[in-house]
Ligand binder design. Structure first.
Ligand code: GLC
Ligand code: CA
Length: 533
């Protein structure tokens, strides 16, 4: 059994395979594309990848609708390609975390195709059926969560798209199947799982809630508490209030190693598509709260700003315009030097930002497209277009711009499956890498510091902030002390700790050129990192 501290060595890079790199010129990213970019990942300094679903799928929800859990999506390659990829990742010291989607399958999975045929089909009870909708639940991608099935004259439950029927976890056969899937990949050598909407596997019908039902803990224990798979790193996409986090990730729970905590992601908007006022100090307050809480309860915290379900963090909660470099680097240091496990989403490391497209045909995401059609004609068209540009998951799902070469910016030789980011001329890896102020250059320094410093990896956290316009904190382990000082959007004099002087400390990192690295005067989004002498 691994010690908790072992997981604090992880630095995870999240890959959305469809948009990462196309190796065979069909416009779609693939597993061999990931393999070819292993040197890039190594050079960046990550030691694990989380690969979004790459299993067989009809792609109504880009792989989150799985038709065969033991095979690879045609466009991405073959199971042999996967095995080669895993072998080469491991040979390069990079762990492999797979996405586990077991709340629902695709409606094209064999189980569902059978299940829907007749009430007495052996697979019928793999899903959740009712003669009439049992609840008034709205599916997460719009419409009723209950869909009529003529062959049996019943409704089935789908928490997400119609093509994603929910599995019936009350059925012990379903639980066994899911354990077998975990074991299949564990036997192939995966190091962990990111568990998609895991709290949905137990419904709370009594309280009219889709998630966090009464048998959740029992189910998770059965999946991951078994001796054979205990070594795996697991991170859940789950309800993550203080109580739920403790009950799922508590040390002796034998359930998950960690869950994502999303409170900072909810800031600055009234709903997915509508911005609301926020201040960077709110982000700071959330981080301080969870640093203290996870320390107090000995929990593993996940450090992240971006993923495939959210628009870019710097676009929504920072500055992706004239201060893009400053903001991207300041946030990278502010998050990734905290205590926890860094997760970096592809493209974030060179300052990728949201796109602007006027036509719904430039979007692909089922959530966005459904939202658009549901609201079409119901609100001014210009507003609707603004909304989807602001909130669409496609912002982070557009193919990576590796070079400055038009039209596909090094992602593919063909037409990309989804339009490239609209700002790819300006924001691409090649341009960033060679810039004097390079975002990826700063990321590398942050990650290198993480690796070399026990204070950053294992040390205690203490908030030293004295005003709302900055975030100052320290990390301490044995005799090593690291101080991180981040100023927010306006130039500002910071109140730094009195002993933070040139005599006692060395300036390790800064995103501005420094003449005096100890002056209280901070520029917009300036970050400085110090170590005691
Ligand atoms: C999770 C995934 C998201 C997916 C949904 C349904 O939230 O992160 O991308 O659409 O689950 O599987
Ligand atoms: Ca391809």
């Amino acid at each position: 059994m691994k010690k908790r501290n072992d997981y604090l060595d992880l630095i995870v890079y999240q890959i959305y395979p469809r948009s990462f790199y196309d190796s065979n010129g069909d416009g779609i990213g693939d597993l061999n594309g990931i393999k070819q970019k292993i040197p890039y990942l190594k050079d960046l300094g990550v030691n694990a990848v989380w690969i979004c679903p790459c299993y067989k799928s009809p792609n109504y929800d880009n792989g989150y609708d799985i038709a065969d859990y033991r095979d690879i999506m045609d466009e991405f390659g073959t199971l042999d390609d996967w095995k080669t990829l895993a072998k080469e990742l491991h040979a390069n010291g990079i762990k492999i975390i797979m996405d586990l989607v077991v709340n629902h399958t695709s409606s094209e999975h064999y189980w569902f195709k059978e299940a829907r045929k007749a009430k007495d089909n052996p697979y019928h009870d793999y899903y959740i059926w009712a003669d009439k909708p049992l609840t008034d639940w709205t599916a997460c991608f719009g419409g009723s969560a209950w869909e009529y099935n003529p062959a049996t004259d019943e409704y089935y439950l789908h928490s997400f798209a119609v093509q994603q029927p929910d599995l019936n976890w009350e059925n012990p056969k379903v639980r066994q199947e899911c354990c077998d899937i975990v074991d299949f990949w564990a036997d192939l050598g995966v190091d962990g799982f990111r568990c998609d909407v895991l709290d949905f596997i137990s419904k709370d019908f009594a309280n009219n809630k889709m998630n966090n039902g009464p048998r959740l803990h029992e189910y998770i224990k059965q999946l991951f508490g078994r001796e054979k798979v205990k070594r795996l790193f697991t991170v859940g996409e789950c309800q993550s209030d203080t109580e739920s986090i403790c009950s799922i990730c508590g040390k002796d729970r034998n359930e998950l190693k960690s869950v994502f905590q999303f409170e900072h992601i909810g800031l600055g908007r009234s709903d997915k598509y509508t911005p609301a006022p926020y201040s960077a100090s709110q982000i700071k307050n959330v981080l301080v709260k969870w640093q203290n809480f996870t320390a107090e309860h000995d929990l593993l915290y996940i450090l992240f700003t971006d993923n495939h379900d959210q628009p870019y963090f710097i676009s929504r909660l920072g500055n992706d315009k004239e201060l893009r470099y400053e903001c991207a680097t300041a946030y990278a240091g502010m998050f990734y030097l905290l205590k926890g496990i860094p997760f970096i989403y592809q493209g974030q490391e060179f300052g990728s930002a949201n796109s602007r497209y006027e036509d719904i045909n430039c979007f692909n995401d089922v959530e966005t497209v459904n939202y658009y059609h549901e609201n079409f004609g119901k609100k001014p068209q210009a507003k609707l277009i603004d909304e989807i540009n602001y909130g669409s998951r496609d912002n982070t799902r557009r193919p990576l711009a590796w070079t400055k070469e038009k039209p596909a910016y090094g992602f593919t030789g063909a037409t990309p499956w989804l339009k490239m980011p609209s700002r790819a001329d300006e924001i691409n890896l090649e341009t960033d890498k060679s810039a004097y102020r390079s975002i990826i250059g700063f990321y590398k320094k942050i990650l290198a510091l993480r690796k070399s410093s026990d204070a950053v990896k294992y040390g205690t956290f203490k908030d030293l902030t004295s005003s709302d316009d900055c975030f100052v904190y320290e990390r301490v382990n044995d005799g090593e002390k690291i101080i991180i000082a981040v100023n927010f959007e306006k130039a500002n004099d910071l109140k730094l700790p009195p002993d933070l002087t040139e005599k006692n400390f060395e300036l390790l990192l800064c995103n501005y050129d420094q003449t005096d690295g100890f002056s209280p005067a901070f520029a917009p989004y300036e970050i400085r990192v110090y170590r005691n002498r």
